[in-house]
Design a protein around this ligand. Structure first.
Ligand code: BGC
Ligand code: NOJ
Length: 811
């Protein structure tokens, strides 16, 4: 069953009912100011850091769900309603939500009144702009009132929902003209405030939540909306809100437009005040001026659209498969941008207070994003590397506002350092900017000195070889990619964090996954060393890699598939010898991606085992059989009920590793089959089962053992976005940025006749036609550039600004 449809021409997903199986959301903002907005106008906004600069309140786990957001109540002769249906839930004669790239437009109609609320963050601007159009589509004149509503958060989202003894006494606002300023704590150490404005004279306002709602009422029945009259309340403590009250008179057919703005301002210390306790409003006023007219809004919307066209235009496909095209051209790169911006911090499943930017997560996110805005990828690489320790280890996370490693989570996840090599290599392949390797980058934000970025990569590489276990495989530390495989934890204390508790000295438990990642990432380190003229270092690295490859085949293969790990006691994990958890997906994907055992036939065996033992109609499960009970030696993985999350869920992040691995052994049909199984556009028709947004990937789909098999959770913020983008654009469609050019090496279903790709690479445009007359999966027979044949399948780097026609014939 579907709840909407893709409008590809407008790059929108159109939702036709507010009653989606779960709030289906979108993200606003690209740089500093961000918002999450659902199809019923729920959500919240923040500046840079969802924990430390939360601008509006949101109650996770609320009942009903998603109750709180940017609301516009309409009062129409005693009747009141909200165009996004929530929170009043009055029946609408028409409802539609269009989630587009960086904006969301919601329309509701009732009793001859049509209201559209459009939300976006203009480029380079620290505010959300809402344009509200109120139209009289009836035959008689209408006199209605509109009441805006949002609730301020007292900045630190965690403190805001825990420290009530203080917080309920500190709320402060100022009201001037049509603008409500939220200035809690500005009197002391803060130099920032938020404001909510509208571009016309108001007839009333409210800033005190209890006055707006009235005693015993919820957001569904606010007294102000039901009576059609603002309370003109001035908040003092309790819960500050912002609501404008505006009367509108509309002739039949008339439409009026209002522009609201939720903005954020930081003042220099010496310019904080206008006079005693009166905040300096100048910057806010300038921002409000910038969006006083519809023309200004329209031009900012056009800029936003052009910005996205520019980003998405870097890689686009023309194919006969609409679902494929909309994933490749629109939604997958869009999600990559969002995961790049948010890491795993703020979604409808991530509360924005728990996690900052993940070291491994952000490096992987880069892979899906680097071609869109390489400059921001560069900055991100430096930020991430700056939190690395001088022994090559890494903080698992850092806070985006402070850019400092997060002490609460600490370090010791032994895969983390390697991802920095992969992220940096991807950046250099895309841009040719080797200069980044010479940047002087701190260790632990300067506490442990600094060194070149290249030296950071060396320490990442050496961190693995300096931490080997009894079989010569990498020690796992607290965990590797699978945060929940905690082999040194042995936790018996309820509530203890599996991620931060290490009860035993980690000198024995080894990870075959990290071995695969080392053999995958290592060659890029060696190559970069060689390109810096460090031949001996390159050879040394290659020896280490070769060694690890051999050790993995000798001690990391279990007959038909790769082992997962050795536990603290030296026992095998992910082996036929185990009763449960006999086979895991991660080492199969990564070892084959690294090329381990391809020639020896181990790779094919491993992937056949994945197909036979892990694959379902909804995707590939993380392991089988699921753990039916808690295992002290395994940790969090065995805490989840079977079929969910890391315990045999379809953990989408690692499915594309298998897709890519299939292309390594040339099985294009299998590669595409595994790709399409979890690609959201292909799941649109089963939205009632899948339940999450059909335009973005979710972290997890419940596996075969789960009660609710096929149901997804944790949509949006997942490494799944970047890896599937790599899997489809590079591994399957075969356009691979490389150090010296654009490598063309597709691996596709045999039935495909061909497709066309337009790719920008280092400033030049490549128009590539891939033709498959012999119906093969893999193998490039000929390449012509601008009509002339070339010998290799690596397209050279062309002059920036030039455009080239490339014809590739497979066979
Ligand atoms: C989740 C993991 C996540 C980890 C880190 C665990 O509870 O299952 O997916 O990576 O927490 O926060
Ligand atoms: C989500 C985390 O963000 C990611 O770092 C981890 O690799 C996966 N969960 C698997 O545990």
């Amino acid at each position: 069953m579907k709840f909407g449809y893709f409008d590809d021409a407008n790059k929108e997903y159109v939702i036709q009912t507010p009653k989606t199986p779960y709030p289906w959301i979108n993200y606003l903002g690209n740089e500093q100011f961000f918002g999450l907005i659902s199809n019923t106008a729920g959500g919240y906004s923040f500046y840079r850091d969802a924990r430390l600069r939360r601008l509006t309140r949101y109650r996770y786990n609320n009942v009903p769900l998603d109750n709180g957001g940017r609301y516009f109540y309409v009062h129409d002769e005693g009747d009141y309603w909200t165009p996004g249906w929530m929170p009043v839930k009055r029946d609408l004669d028409f409802y539609e939500c269009r989630h587009g790239l960086g904006y969301t437009s919601i329309t509701g109609e009732r009793n001859g009144l049509k209201v559209n609320q459009l939300a976006f963050v203009p480029l380079g601007f620290n505010a959300e702009v809402y344009r509200v159009k109120v139209g009289n589509v009836s035959d008689s004149p209408k006199r209605v009132s509109l009441f805006s509503y949002l609730e301020f958060c007292l900045w630190n989202a965690h403190d805001d929902m825990t420290n009530f003894q203080r917080n309920l006494s500190i709320g402060e606002v100022e009201i001037e003209d049509s603008v409500i300023y939220h200035k809690t704590e500005y009197r002391e150490r803060r130099n920032h405030y938020a404001y909510y404005s509208v571009n016309r004279r108001i007839d009333g306002f409210d800033t005190d939540r209890d006055t707006f709602l009235g005693a015993f009422n919820g957001l569904d029945t606010p007294q102000v909306a039901s009576e059609g009259k603002s309370g003109n309340s001035v908040a003092s403590g309790w819960s500050p809100i912002a609501s404008h009250g505006i009367h509108l008179e509309l002739a039949p057919g008339e439409e009026q437009s209002l522009i609201f703005m939720l903005g954020y301002v930081e003042n220099p210390q010496e310019e904080k005040w206008e006079s005693l306790n009166v905040i300096n409003k100048k910057p806010a006023k300038a921002m409000i001026e910038a969006f006083a007219t519809d023309a200004q809004v329209n031009s900012a919307l056009a800029d936003l659209a052009a910005y996205w066209d520019g980003l998405l235009g870097k890689y686009s496909i023309q194919s006969s498969d609409d679902k494929l095209s909309r994933m490749v051209n629109i939604w997958n790169p869009y999600q990559c941008m969002v995961t790049f911006n948010m890491s795993r911090s703020a979604s409808y499943f991530e509360s924005g207070i728990g996690r900052g930017m993940g070291f491994r997560d952000s490096n992987q996110d880069l892979l899906g994003f680097v071609h869109q805005i390489p400059d921001r990828a560069r900055e991100r690489i430096i930020d991430i590397a700056s939190t690395q320790f001088d022994d090559g280890g890494a903080y698992h996370q850092y806070q985006p506002l402070t850019k400092q490693g997060n002490n609460e989570v600490g370090s010791g996840f032994n895969d983390d350092p390697l991802w920095l090599i992969t992220g940096t290599a991807a950046y250099i392949k895309e841009t040719g900017d080797y200069g980044i390797l010479d940047e002087d980058v701190p260790f632990d934000s300067g506490r442990q000195g600094s060194a070149t970025l290249f030296e950071h990569l060396k320490r990442s590489f050496d961190h693995v070889t300096n931490n080997l276990g009894p079989h010569g495989l990498p020690l796992i530390g607290r965990a590797d990619w699978n945060d929940c495989l905690n082999l040194n934890c042995f936790s018996e204390e309820p509530g203890e964090s599996f991620q931060t508790t290490t009860n035993l000295d980690g000198k024995t438990a080894e990870s075959v996954f990290i071995a695969g990642l080392f053999v995958f990432a290592g060659p890029d380190y060696a190559e970069l060393a060689r390109r810096r003229g460090l031949e001996d270092e390159a050879t040394r690295a290659e020896r280490e890699i070769e060694n690890m490859r051999n050790i993995t085949m000798a001690h990391g293969f279990d007959g038909d598939w790769f082992l997962r790990a050795y536990d603290y006691h030296g026992e095998k994990i992910g082996s036929r010898e185990n009763e449960e958890g006999q086979i895991f997906i991660e080492p199969q994907g990564f070892c084959v991606m690294a090329g381990i055992g391809v020639e020896e036939g181990l790779a094919e065996k491993a992937l056949n085992s994945v197909r036979d033992r892990l694959e379902t109609d909804y995707g590939i499960m993380l392991q089988q059989p699921a753990y039916s009970k808690y295992y002290l030696n395994l940790g969090e993985i065995s805490t989840y009920p079977p079929g969910y999350k890391e315990n045999a869920g379809i953990f989408c992040h690692n499915n594309p590793w298998v897709t890519i691995a299939e292309t390594v052994i040339g099985r294009g049909d299998r590669a595409f089959e595994t790709y399409a199984k979890i690609a959201p556009a292909y799941l649109e028709d089963i939205s009632e089962v899948h339940r999450m947004e059909p335009y973005v990937y979710s972290q997890m789909i419940a596996g075969r053992d789960a009660v609710r098999e096929g149901e997804a959770k944790n949509s949006w913020l997942t490494g799944t976005a970047a890896w599937n983008y790599v899997a489809i654009t590079q591994a399957i469609l075969g356009i691979q940025p490389d150090y010296d050019g654009l490598r063309i090496d597709p691996c596709i279903p045999q039935a495909w006749d061909g497709y066309k790709i337009t790719r920008s690479f280092r400033g030049a445009e490549y128009k590539i036609s891939i033709q498959n007359p012999d119906h093969v999966s893999k193998g490039v027979k000929s390449v012509t550039v601008d009509g002339s044949p070339i010998e290799s399948n690596v397209l050279p780097v062309f002059e920036a600004g030039s455009s080239h026609e490339v014809v590739v014939v497979l066979g």
